[in-house]
Design a protein around this ligand. Sequence first.
Ligand code: CDP
Length: 224
Amino acid sequence: KPIIITVDGPSGAGKGTLAYRLAEHFGFELLDSGALYRIVGLMAHQAGLLDDAPDELALSDLTQSLDLSFLPNSKTRAIDIYIDKKPLLDDIRNETVGGYASIVAAFPKVRSALLDLQRNIADQKPGLVADGRDMGTVIFPDAHAKIYLSASAQARAKRRVIQLTQAGKEANFDDILADIIARDERDENRSVAPSRPADDALFIDSSSKSADLVFEEVLQFINQ
Ligand code: CDP
């Protein structure tokens, strides 16, 4: 059985950075569960399923029919996503797709369609670092160590602006803050797998902590 570390929390709290560093440190596999919801959200949008009130069965059919694979790209050192054996060329890391993701993520049948995929990802590996919203509460309740990383909405919006600007994309602080607050609302108040810390999670507020400090506190917690 692989050793599992879960990192949950709201958008922009630094989950991705922390998960990447932990995976590198321990030599574990990474599961970016948000990418799964982003892909389903984008595909649902492209299929016109989000134009009106979404139909849960149509969304879960679409989710079940996706043939997804994730392959490390040695040139870019990123993970390339393939859908039905074809590389995904669309950008899924923007707020528009984040919004689609949080809409489809509120449907129980979409979530259950992604359950096995997430649980099986680490089967052949010594360990896994999984980041998302429900990694510690629903997907891996028996994880070895659980982290819930949060930060004020202002701090998270500020970080997103810096990230986007560095990536050469346009970023407006007020728009991003509004998007983050709307997405938090949806993710925390949905009926299924709401974003919340597991009872046995280490809670960290990273508003005024550097990525290095967060990493250190987490390592201490894991090794204790
Ligand atoms: O990177 P960021 O935290 O902004 O978002 P993400 O982790 O890529 O997730 C995008 C959206 O997918 C979230 O707002 C959630 O609605 C949904 N999600 C979820 O419901 N459960 C997960 N385990 C991961 C993401």
